[in-house]
Design a binder for this molecule. Structure first.
Ligand SMILES: [Zn+2]
Length: 92
């Protein structure tokens, strides 16, 4: 979990999970460009809209634009270097 400017992990093994850490770094970038609080508002709104569409927590969560961007690029270690501002918008 990323809460700007920190990445919180559930156990010490997670610290060495580069994919997980990169996923959370993408969220930190999303939070920074939206000045943090708007990120959480948009995240929650996107989740609630998805919940009305999919009617299942898992699908609603995985289709949040911020999550879609993070999951699709978490294995690409150069993604943040080339990422344009507000790229999460393309995942709506
Ligand atoms: Zn995520």
């Amino acid at each position: 979990m990323a809460i700007f400017p920190f990445i919180l992990v559930s156990n010490t093994a997670a610290v060495n999970d580069q994919t997980l850490i990169y996923h959370e770094k993408i969220h930190l970038r999303q939070q920074a460009e939206l000045l943090i609080i708007p990120f959480y508002i948009l995240y929650l709104l996107n989740y609630l809209i998805n919940l009305t569409v999919y009617r299942k927590h898992g699908q609603a969560y995985l289709n949040i634009a911020f999550e879609r961007e993070a999951y699709q690029n978490e294995a690409n270690s150069t993604y943040l270097k080339n990422r344009k501002w507000f790229s999460w918008y393309r995942y709506l």
